[in-house]
Design a protein around this ligand. Structure first.
Ligand code: HEC
Length: 96
């Protein structure tokens, strides 16, 4: 009996975590390795030109890309990690 209650509680905890607020929101730089930046570039080039031309990374400064990407990443259906890598790539080349 005790055991099944524990399992039930675990289930509830797992449910709460998976449905909780997205804690991975991009609020600043995280990745800086060449590998991550290259991946960010690839995701950017493949995902961000479907609805409009590929934007110029210099269009926004580091703060501006946080805002724009938080609107565009869901449109491009990026995972949180891809969102972060694209952000880090953009601010590595926007020279701002
Ligand atoms: C599903 C379509 C779609 C995808 C995919 C998409 N965008 Fe957009 N984007 C739009 C639309 C529509 C607008 C114009 C309306 C607006 O600004 O919300 C826009 C506008 C923009 C702008 C100009 C507005 C601003 O804030 O500067 C930038 C920059 C931009 N997108 C960047 C991106 C990046 C980076 C990606 C890849 C992560 C991306 N977009 C993927 C639809 C898309």
């Amino acid at each position: 009996m005790k055991k099944s209650i524990a399992i039930g509680l675990l289930g509830i905890a797992a449910f709460a975590v998976s449905c909780g607020p997205k804690s991975m929101a991009v609020t600043g730089p995280k990745f800086s390795s060449a590998e991550h930046l290259a991946q960010g570039k690839t995701v950017f080039e493949n995902s961000c030109n479907r609805c409009h031309k590929l934007p110029d990374p210099a269009k926004h400064d580091n703060q501006g890309w946080i805002k724009t990407l938080s609107r565009m990443a869901p449109k491009a259906k990026l995972t949180d990690e891809q969102h972060q890598m694209v952000y880090d790539y953009l601010i590595s080349v926007n020279k701002k």
